[in-house]
Ligand binder design. Structure first.
Ligand SMILES: Nc1ncnc2c1ncn2[C@@H]1O[C@H](COP(=O)(O)OP(=O)(O)OP(=O)(O)O)[C@@H](O)[C@H]1O
Ligand SMILES: [Mg+2]
Length: 294
């Protein structure tokens, strides 16, 4: 069996001329807080689902922002990622369907905060998520893991379970300091738990191309991770910050917003596709609208 890894993130296993696509697991991680990790998981997940891909979003942040972002009521849950990680239930029992096309969710509640301590004395504490995901991997095309803003056991579980790491980042000077820390963690994970972990891409969010600092940070990141920055940049967009309070991904809240367009572009980039003709017109319409409002 030959393993083929396309740069669009798909892994294809080719056997006797028959191509079978198996799921790609992305860990969305950055130990810095508030850099768009949860926003990316919710909106990229929703877009891929709307394109007919079977998506599982995995919330391993005790804040549970991805869970809220999909409108899943935490009080009504019988289990979440905590029970799965500490072995109180199977992942199948904890996964819920969201109201959005083709998107399932392993939710998180604040009980997950206790998992770090409980895991620390358990066997296989670094790959408990990986072992659970292996049992459902074939049911999905994309698995997107929302990691907490720390480099503790939960994030290490996310990185150990992943094929690719997606790093959302603000184009600001302090982001660069965090990068060397994250690079070290990637080395530790590769050397000890997951030699196959690859950088899927750096995603600039709340990006303003007009600022000098944006260009400087982009160039600096290029030195750390050559050729790994996503072509798509996510602009600052108020609709992206409003959508979670309605429990909806932005494409279901305001599909013509710049935020929805940007996450659609990211999805297309990951799928290795160009925007379809109609969508391209929509994008240029968005640009025209922007110019008009300047
Ligand atoms: N492109 C954007 N434009 C405007 N607001 C955004 C954008 N991306 C994210 N936000 C808002 O910024 C805040 C932080 O985003 P988000 O929660 O996705 O970051 P995070 O990295 O997951 O944070 P944490 O580290 O706390 O988990 C949220 O209020 C979110 O709605
Ligand atoms: Mg988050």
């Amino acid at each position: 069996m030959q393993k083929v890894i396309g740069h669009n993130g798909f892994r294809a296993y080719v056997q006797a001329g028959k191509e079978e696509i198996v799921s790609t697991v992305y860990a969305v991680a950055n130990q810095k807080g508030g850099v768009g990790k949860s926003t990316t998981v919710v909106n990229l997940g929703a877009y891929l689902g709307s394109r007919g891909k079977r998506v599982l979003c995995v919330d391993i942040d005790p804040q549970g922002n991805t869970t809220t972002g999909f409108g899943v009521k935490k009080k009504q849950l019988s289990a979440c990622a905590y029970e799965v990680l500490v072995g109180k239930c199977s992942i199948q029992e904890a996964i819920v369907r969201t109201a959005f096309e083709n998107v399932s969710l392993l939710p998180a509640r604040n009980t997950l905060a206790g998992a770090e301590l409980e895991l620390s004395t358990m066997e296989n504490r670094m790959n408990r998520l990986k072992m659970q995901l292996l049992t459902v991997k074939l049911d999905y095309d994309f698995i997107l893991i929302d990691c907490p803003p720390a480099l503790g056991l939960l994030t290490i579980n996310g990185l150990t379970a992943a094929d690719l790491l997606l790093i959302p980042m603000l184009a600001e000077f302090y982001a660069l300091e965090g990068l060397s820390q994250l690079t070290n963690t990637i080395k530790v994970v590769r050397n000890n738990y997951n030699p196959n972990l690859d950088i899927g891409g750096i995603l600039f969010v709340m990006f303003d191309p007009r600022l000098n600092v944006s260009k400087q940070v982009e160039q600096e990141v290029e030195k750390y991770f050559p050729g790994k920055t996503f072509h798509t940049k996510i602009p600052r967009n108020v609709r992206l910050s409003e959508a979670p309070s309605h429990g909806k991904p932005v494409m279901y809240y305001d599909k013509l917003s710049k935020g929805a367009e940007a996450y659609m572009q990211l999805g297309l980039e990951i799928l290795g596709e160009k925007p379809p003709e109609k969508k391209r017109r929509l994008l240029s319409f968005g640009k025209k609208r922007e110019r008009e409002s300047e």
